[in-house]
Design a protein around this ligand. Structure first.
Ligand SMILES: Cc1ncc(COP(=O)(O)O)c(C=O)c1O
Length: 382
């Protein structure tokens, strides 16, 4: 599968390693010599065009992180303290922070232990008359069951925001993941499958011109600068509370080079996923598999060990050998910040999160390294 040289056995294996296609050096040099380093330069336009091609429309806004993209979505929806937003308990805190910032009540939903993602049922269990939006996280580069979730939300007139931080390149029922909700947010952080070093994108899946204008003004730090740039007004002015969310052109140059190589990055990630799956399918672990109709991007290979003790033993043993395995987040409802005793409220997450083990997937991983990881797991669990 991976036609790269076999590594020296004693070298540590990194959990993540950013791929820098050779063309990146030229792109960065060109961006530097253009002297347009802030947002909106030629690489921003070129990278935006490639993300737009991926989602099938041009309502794509490059941001300096997925966190920023989620914050813009939250601001654009004008949610307040009287509103509730349902967020999966098993996610990175940014998914909730964006909405919590304005005092909106965060209601944490449980996940399906087989996928670590919310379902229509776990969301429905949290619906109240105050629910305005749900944030769906596509965990590990797979996809949540969007058809059923969309059906539920449409019936209750609830907005969907897709946190597709980990799912650029994933398809579900032939469509790019990130094209179902009113908004979707991708991450192009260094640890993601496609990287700008630090970056993200907000996707607006609605042709509503007012919403587009609102997003543009939020990106212009809460001014009507876009109208000023189009010469529709003589002066630009403060129009709302916002922040600095845009992706600088230097980062867009990195992003553009990676997007140009997205096909080979996805191909290799999926090949590594398939290699691990073949090697480990007979071990006593529950591999997280993409649902029916989903072509995952291969960003993450994760499994649930039999129990917490086994997961800890594997993580500690692999760390001693430099095998680059990792756990993942503690559910939000059990976090210090949740500030209340919510233990018992999300049994799916509670029965799984501390059994989760993730294996390295990246462009620099070679066959020998993948085999060493599988040998270690075979020796312990086989
Ligand atoms: C599910 C999820 N949402 C949001 C984020 C935040 O992404 P960023 O680092 O681009 O702000 C992450 C980052 O890991 C994530 O995993």
């Amino acid at each position: 599968m991976l036609d790269l040289p076999v590594a020296v056995a004693s070298q540590p294996i990194r959990f993540h390693s950013t791929h820098i296609p050779p063309a990146t050096y030229d792109a960065v040099a060109t961006a530097l010599s253009s002297k347009h380093l802030r947002a909106g330069g030629s690489y921003s336009r070129k990278a935006k065009a490639l993300v737009s091609r991926h989602v099938g429309h041009d309502r794509v806004f490059l941001t300096n992180s997925c966190t920023s993209a989620l914050e813009i979505a939250a601001l654009a929806l004008d949610l307040g303290p009287e509103d509730e937003v349902i967020v999966p308990t098993f996610t990175f805190c940014a998914t909730a922070t964006a909405f919590a910032r304005k005092g909106t009540r965060i209601v944490l939903a449980d996940i399906d232990p087989a996928t670590m993602m919310v379902t229509a049922e776990t969301l429905e269990a949290r619906l109240t008359s105050r629910t305005r939006a749900v944030v769906v996280v596509h965990y590990g580069g797979a996809a949540a069951p969007m058809a059923a979730i969309k059906d539920l939300c449409d019936r209750h007139n609830i907005v969907i925001i897709e946190d597709a931080a980990q799912a650029f390149g994933t398809k579900q029922d032939g469509r790019a993941v990130g094209t179902c909700g009113l908004f979707a947010a991708y991450s192009f952080h260094e640890t993601k499958i496609i990287s700008a070093g630090h970056g993200g994108a907000l996707v607006l899946n609605s042709g509503n011109p007012h919403l587009r204008e609102r997003v543009e003004e939020l990106l212009a730090r809460g001014t009507n600068f876009p109208a000023f740039a189009r010469r529709e007004v003589n002066h630009y002015e403060w129009t709302s509370v916002s922040s600095s969310f845009e992706m600088p052109d230097l980062n867009a140059a990195l992003l553009y080079s990676q997007l140009e190589h997205a096909k080979e990055i996805l191909f290799k990630s999926r090949a590594i996923w398939a290699y691990y799956e073949r090697a480990l399918r007979n071990l006593p672990v529950e591999i997280l598999r993409p649902g029916k109709g989903t072509q995952a991007n291969g960003y993450s290979f994760a499994f649930l060990a039999q129990d917490r003790e086994t997961a800890e033993r594997l993580l500690e043993g692999s760390a001693r050998l430099g095998l680059g395995m990792q756990s993942h987040y503690k559910p939000l409802h059990l976090s210090r910040f949740a500030g209340q005793n919510l233990a018992g409220s999300c049994p799916g997450a509670e029965s799984t999160w501390d059994r989760l083990v993730r294996l390295p997937v990246h462009m620099d991983l070679n066959t020998g390294e993948a085999a060493r990881i599988c040998d270690f797991l075979q020796a312990d669990l086989g």
